[in-house]
Design a binder for this molecule. Sequence first.
Ligand SMILES: [Zn+2]
Length: 245
Amino acid sequence: MQDRRADFALPGAQSALLFETPAEIYARVFRALRPRTSLPEFRVEFCRFANADSFIRLEDGRVHVRITDLLEGAPAPVQEALAYILIGKLFRRPIPRLYTHRYRLYLNRRDMRRQMHLVRQMRGRKFVSGPVGKHRNLEEVFEQLNARHFHGLLGRPRLGWSRRPSRSMLGHFDPSHNAIIISSIFDDPNVPLLTLEYVLFHEMLHLRFPVDHSGARRRVHTREFRAAEREFPYLKEAKEMLKKL
Ligand SMILES: [Zn+2]
């Protein structure tokens, strides 16, 4: 395995960084951000989460940090970047771009993405109902769109209705489970079919156009994605109707 530190070696970085325990890193970052606040005790744990989320909370004068075990082997500068992000969140302070960028760059590395993908697959307990709802069948809508826009060539993923009729998450493509989840608000004869078609079409484009991982940012809606989306007939009408839901 290559030395990960080399990627993140910073000019002038304190060599102390390499010998600190995670709790010491958090204490140092806390000191830097809150020089006048008395230093709390830190408890840093690596947990088996199903994704790369990390959590921080202040309780009884103690700071509890829970980090995904995917980052247990991450180099110290990455741990430090996450400490700036989490402590910044704790005090609702803006987080310097240097740290968010460093952290994202690390998570976006190919080996990290692979590990996250595997962990999500193994640990994530994804609920996917069948495609048949009370009023509408996602499989039928999928195959019609497939024939109309993809020459019928798009492999059908698992299709399911969300457990709750969500208005904030209308549709979602989950590559780890090869599943498209559609909000059950569309499983309703009073909701125009066009809106469901548009939302499902959008998710099908996520199947067709993979996420662009070059650089630090993930680009989900690439230029080709947007161009393909504009080919949906009655796009404007569908978007208008969605706003009214
Ligand atoms: Zn999207």
